[in-house]
Design a binder for this molecule. Structure first.
Ligand code: C5P
Length: 228
């Protein structure tokens, strides 16, 4: 495993575009995240390919289904040799424990999504959840910990609060990162890489600021230098 705290989101629609980026970077410089778009387009073979190049891969498929199905899916993910994968905490404790069982014969880390950062108070109300968003995030993070998982995906803005409620070794993986001066896009609550690390984030998930940069490698190196 490399020491890099930067996970680059390979949010490309084709394998060719992703390969072009991957060929320019090294496993020491960054980890790589494959999400639903690229996984659906390029498949498990692509994941195996980048794992075999030595990259730590976060397979971000956010499983949410009945426990047995999630367990089997997590087993299949672990067999790809990925470093990390995830489920939705809203699937409940039994589902998360089953997911953990699925990766238990491997070194694959398992984390959970609490409340999607695209969801606000009104969205929660619509699905029958009355508690405040940040309280729901804390509740689900605690349930994730009790279920034996390694950490959660959360907004960098939630890191300080979660660190107060959870142990030091619980992984907090944060998207919504924007180096000073870069476009925010559709991310509403952003933090710079240095701010997020200072707040207690374990790993930063960064997509467009790197992948859509004129010189992705230079941008990545500048971010890496900012957080050492
Ligand atoms: O391009 P950008 O840096 O916004 O990419 C962030 C990545 O993190 C995307 O792959 C997005 O799907 C993912 N993500 C997120 N918010 C979450 C969970 C995942 O932005 N709550």
């Amino acid at each position: 495993m490399s020491d890099s705290k930067i996970i680059v989101a390979l949010d490309y629609s084709s394998e060719a575009q992703a390969v072009e980026f991957v060929n320019k970077v090294s496993p020491e410089l960054c980890k790589l995240k494959v999400g639903k778009e690229l996984f659906t387009a390029a498949g498990p073979q692509f994941v195996e390919k980048i794992v075999s190049k030595g990259f730590d891969v976060f397979l971000d498929l956010k499983f949410h289904d009945i426990p047995n199905t999630v367990m089997k899916a997590c087993q299949a993910v672990a067999e790809l040799g990925v470093w990390m994968t995830n489920v939705h905490a809203m699937g409940g404790q039994t589902m998360m424990q089953a997911a953990k069982e699925g990766v238990s014969h491997s070194s694959t880390k398992l984390i959970a999504v609490t409340v999607l950062t695209s969801m606000g108070q009104d969205d929660l109300k619509q699905i029958g959840i009355q508690v405040e968003v940040t309280q729901q995030v804390v509740n689900l993070a605690q349930l994730t910990k009790q279920s034996g998982l390694d950490g959660v995906v959360c907004s960098a803005k939630e890191v300080s609060l979660l660190r107060q409620n959870l142990s030091e070794d619980f992984l907090l993986v944060t998207p919504g990162i924007r180096p000073a001066g870069s476009a925010t896009g559709d991310q509403k609550r952003v933090m710079t890489p240095a701010e997020a690390i200072k707040a207690g984030s374990s790993y930063l998930v960064i997509g467009r600021p790197i992948t859509q940069s004129d010189s992705p490698v230079k941008t990545l190196e500048a971010i890496a230098a900012e957080i050492v």
